[in-house]
Design a protein around this ligand. Sequence first.
Ligand code: CP
Length: 343
Amino acid sequence: MTPHLLSVDQLDRDAIDELFAIAQRMEPIARRRKICRVLEGAVLGNLFFEASTRTRISFNVAFCRLGGSVCDTTGFTFSSMAKGESLTDTSRVLGGYCDALVMRHPDLGSVAEFASAVNVPVINGGDGPGEHPSQALLDLYTIEREFERIQRPLAGAHILMTGDLKYGRTVHSLIKLLSLHEPMHITLVAPTGLEMPTPLLDLVADRGHRLELRDSLDEVFEPIDVIYATRIQKERFTEEMIESFKGISDEFIVNRAFLDRRCTPGTIVMHPLPRDGRPGANDLSTDLNGDPRLAIFRQTDNGIPVRMAIFAKLMGIEADFDRDLRDVGWRVPEAIGVDDARF
Ligand code: CP
């Protein structure tokens, strides 16, 4: 891995397997069974210039659970970029203060520009409609763990991606990672104007996967192993698109009725979150809450060991971070959520 994590293009299968093996070793720390202080003295700068709950907090928590400390800033208002400071000046300054940096920014390519001026590791926490590599890694880690749990091979699996495939950066990164696997069947269902960019379709086809494009969920007839639903990213729409957008119709809603019609007891339902719960949004339905096939919170939980593994690899602690672990001294619930499935 290069000193920064900016795009999943930097990773091949061996690098991903190595990262996931580190993430598995991180599990006792991430699941609050063990305490680790390997990053004691290290400071993370966490800079989020776009809204975030999961990515910002989970990078923060991952660093703290390895013993480090975190300084963070959110939004442009309280950053000197509001006074015209460049991305590269900002990164050079922060590189002098911090041992690693995570940044989310609304502009495509901005995190790579930020990283170009500094030698401390920079992680892309999302650059506009570009990429979200740590999310794709935790998504793939979740898919692999879920397939292990149901004792099925990932090779040949049928993966359905639906929602905003144009602006949803998580699907851009995830489809690249999936394309590195043995051949799969990938079906894409997106509203008109929100389809997956053509270069990504070409990449998947060139790597030997079976690719299908459908106009509605009910046009998907073969059993589905993984549904990956995404939110409509209206914040990235142009004025013209906002005016003409009529909303998401019923043919794109992933809910219990769709699972009953088209899926099996082994189907895994994922979403990068947040899911838009506002009336008319028609995002992934809450009527699936409590259904063990809904893996969205197993997915968010997996964000911690995967992000710890990214820090371990970028900061050179992967060999022996687990040498001096201690037991935690407080009570941790067996299941975190009240609806969590017991397997
Ligand atoms: N999945 C994800 O990126 O969530 P946040 O926007 O809350 O960070």
